[in-house]
Design a protein around this ligand. Structure first.
Ligand code: NAD
Length: 337
């Protein structure tokens, strides 16, 4: 059986890195029936809409998308396409694994962390007011029981599936007593249903410091939208940056796997971009589909190719092209399945 999935190559380096990612994902032997669709600047130029209805219809049908980076047209008044996709399909869990690969020269060895970020509410819900007369601007930090329960349940369940031993809830409940307080209280409630995972909590500022001093003490982290936005990039920095970390946006019955880096217009079309981030997202997509052996094959192959050093792309000091790297990795994947 082939999985139906919407494939959005995206803008800039998108088509180059997504070609390599599709080659690697398919090298696992898991079959996909790709529905190629446009989004981003390319779609805007050809259809007048950076997120065409046909693309939304395709995702509504397949409930699964694999997406390259998109250029958000500047000065056209369009909202971020990535945010629109997340809102349209109510993709409430942003999942960001951060695992060190060999030879990436991050500040630490052996980091292996999961981050679960609530993706739909909090300060990023977009509830803002501006009182022009008094020059006062407000953003509403709305946290709901429903929103908190679903991200916390997802975090516990996914951490369990991945064999994680500990989940740390990050908050600022000492100051944000209602919003942070409710999120923490719900976390404690849900922890009772998951006795096999050690549950604790940290205040956000302390957590930021702890992560850059001793990341190995942590295993999985769950937090609200804005704290998660900041911590997820901080954690990417622990393992070599946005070029090597994958990302998934997951809802109840729909998921989008995407690059966290942008469309890199400065190097687009040169065949030198590093496809690791979207390959990591492809690995996450396989895991989401329950194709755990295939996902593990991709993970092991990445470790092999990064250990060899000879086939790395230019951003990591190598000379391999995007397609050379993809082909070498696909070979290694075939050796692991
Ligand atoms: P960027 O991530 O595209 O590039 C920043 C720097 O990192 C550049 O020097 C680029 O060459 C390098 N880089 C990025 N990805 C790389 C890769 N895979 N391999 C090697 N080098 C890589 O960020 P930007 O320049 O701020 O944004 C460019 C465009 O991308 C903007 O239109 C922005 O809106 C969009 N963007 C999209 C997403 C997304 O779709 N997920 C995320 C961020 C930015």
């Amino acid at each position: 059986m082939a999985y139906s999935a919407t494939l959005i190559p995206g803008d800039g380096i998108g088509p180059e890195v997504m070609d390599a990612a599709v080659e690697v994902v398919e090298a696992t032997g898991v079959a996909f029936d790709w529905d190629r669709q446009e989004a981003g600047m390319g779609a805007y130029e050809s259809t007048g809409d950076p997120l065409p209805q046909a693309t939304l219809d395709s995702i509504a049908e397949t409930r699964l998308a694999f997406k390259g980076p998109l250029t958000t047209p500047v000065g056209t008044g369009f909202r971020s396409i990535n945010v629109r996709i997340r809102q349209h399909f109510d993709l409430y869990a942003n999942v960001r694994p951060c695992e060190t690969l060999p030879n990436t020269h991050g500040p630490f060895e052996g980091v292996d962390l999961m981050l679960y970020r609530e993706n739909t509410e909090g300060l990023y819900a977009g509830i803002e007011y501006f009182d022009e007369r008094n020059q006062i601007a407000d953003s509403i930090n709305r946290i709901t029981r429903r929103g908190s329960e679903r991200i916390l349940r997802y975090a516990f369940e996914d951490a369990e599936r991945r064999g994680r031993k500990r989940l740390t809830l990050v908050h600022k409940a000492n100051i944000l007593k209602e919003t942070g307080g409710m999120f923490l209280a719900i976390g404690r409630e849900i922890a009772e249903d998951h006795p096999d995972i050690a549950f604790d909590d940290r205040i956000i500022d302390n957590m930021a410091m702890q992560l850059v001093i001793r990341p190995d003490e942590y295993d999985a982290i769950v937090t609200t939208n804005m704290f998660g936005d900041i911590l997820s990039d901080l954690m990417a920095g622990l393992v070599g940056g946005l070029g090597v970390t994958g990302s998934a946006n997951i809802g109840d019955d729909c998921a989008v796997f995407e690059a966290v880096h942008g469309s890199a217009p400065d190097i687009a079309g040169q065949g030198i971009a590093n496809p690791t981030a979207v390959i990591r997202s492809g690995e996450m997509m396989l895991r989401y589909l329950g194709e755990t052996d295939a996902a593990e094959a991709v993970r092991k192959a990445l470790h092999d190719v990064y250990s060899e050093q000879a086939n790395l792309t230019r951003d990591l000091g190598g000379t391999a092209s995007t397609s050379d790297f993809g082909a070498r990795l696909a070979d290694r994947v075939r050796a692991h399945v």
